[in-house]
Design a protein around this ligand. Structure first.
Ligand code: ADP
Length: 399
């Protein structure tokens, strides 16, 4: 079966068509500037690149163009829409309503809508993508895959904040966690690589990209994770601050005469590696600047490394030990410097890196020394594949 994966943003639509018979990607595309002047679709399929520049006023028009590109005589990869067996949608926030991926029907849409206050930028955009594709593909089954659902196994001691219980009871303010598809995928791949079952292992997964989160996966289940009710909590990220003392925000807001929306904009868009380094939010730029002697860039790196170490230590404590540490996503997969700095001084925990293996490029692999008690792994993440696998599993049970 061929499955279309859709990740809709407020003015963009990312898509990928995967042939699940061999798990190969047939085409990848991005529609940008939906509803803004200069709408554009770019699709790549093998060595064929297809660009369409016509006005697209909304996600319905964008979805129509996506299907047109996928079925295009010259640049397409399928004959017609019926060749697409199902659609898998990435949805950011499932709140407490979704513990697993779910077939999309009216009730599912209503529940995603109800969880929109937790992700006011993302869920409404994801819903626009769902509604638009349902309009243009009314007979195709669709599945919602949530960033949060893997973490719904967290116990109360992992997800409650030290706030009045009433805020949890009435408002559902709690830790939800994100990047769930990635933490699930790389922890399962890690177990496979080590010829073990996830149920036998205590794994700490470090998803380090533009957004970063760390997860304690005990016996296959998420028991704690660094992101919170929103993706702002945890380690410093490209532009997000990660953890700060909440009271320091009141101080800044008073001194700088900012309202809460302006403060949150700074925390989300102007902080983290970008804010600290005053160079860039991109790890490659920061590493280059630090190597050139830029002390703020070095400080940004050091804060990140220390933050990751703290979570590894904390999650080893939470699980009563750790068997495997996994690095994934843009930084985790591609920055040997980050992996080396994070593992340095962690021998007391049983982590010993093989410096030569760490410096090599490659796919899923072990980078710890032969005598390291804790296995250290690099596992490339593939969130689209997880969405496709979940979608296939759910639609295969239909009819
Ligand atoms: P997203 O969260 O947007 O999916 P990615 O997982 O693609 O992000 O990660 C992006 C980050 O990975 C950027 O900070 C980028 O600089 C970093 N990155 C990518 N390649 C390298 C590399 N070779 N060395 C260091 N950092 C890298």
């Amino acid at each position: 079966m061929k499955i279309l994966i859709v990740n809709a943003g407020s003015s963009s639509l990312k898509y990928q068509l995967i042939d699940m018979d061999n798990e190969k990607t047939l085409a990848k595309g991005l529609v940008e500037r939906i509803g803004i002047a200069g709408s554009r679709l770019k699709q790549t399929a093998g060595d064929k690149e297809h660009i369409v520049e016509i006005p697209m006023n909304d996600h319905v028009e964008a979805s129509k163009q996506m299907l047109k590109a996928l079925t295009d005589d010259q640049n397409g990869v399928v004959k017609n829409m019926d060749d697409i067996g199902a659609v898998g949608h990435r949805v950011v926030h499932g709140g407490e309503d979704f513990t697993k991926s779910t077939l999309i029907d009216d009730n599912c849409i209503k529940a995603i809508e109800e969880n929109s206050p937790f992700a006011p930028l993302h869920n409404p955009a994801n819903l626009m993508g769902i509604k638009a594709t349902r309009m243009v593909m009314p007979n195709t089954p669709m599945v919602a895959v949530f960033d949060t659902s893997f973490h719904q196994t967290m116990p109360r001691k992992g997800f409650l904040y030290g706030l009045p219980m009433d805020y949890y009871k009435r408002l559902k303010v709690r830790r939800y966690g994100f990047h769930g598809t990635s933490h699930r995928f790389v922890s399962q791949q890690a177990a496979k690589l080590l010829n073990k079952k996830p149920e036998e292992l205590k794994i700490i997964t470090c998803h380090l990209g533009n957004g970063s989160s760390i997860c304690a996966v005990e016996h296959g289940k998420s028991v704690d994770t660094s992101m919170g009710m929103t993706p702002l909590e945890g380690v410093v990220m490209g532009t997000r601050s990660g953890n700060v003392d909440p009271a320091s925000l009141q101080f800044i807001m008073k001194q700088e005469n900012l309202d809460i929306d302006q403060m949150l904009e700074i925390l989300n868009k102007k902080s983290g590696l970008h804010g600290l380094s005053e160079v860039s939010s991109d790890m490659r730029d920061i590493e280059a600047a630090a190597a050139d002697g830029n002390i703020n860039a070095q400080a940004a790196l050091d804060v990140l490394y220390t933050g990751i170490k703290k979570y590894i230590g904390a999650y080893a404590a939470v699980m009563g030990g750790v068997d495997v540490v996994v690095f994934t996503a843009g930084i985790g997969e591609n920055s040997p410097n980050t992996r080396k700095a994070v593992c340095e001084g962690m021998e007391f925990l049983g982590m010993k890196l093989d410096l030569e293996e760490n410096s090599k490029r490659g796919g899923a692999r072990v980078i710890s020394a032969a005598d390291s008690k804790v296995k250290i792994l690099v596992v490339p993440t593939d969130e689209e594949l997880v969405i496709a696998q979940d979608t296939l599993e759910i639609v295969s049970k239909l009819s």
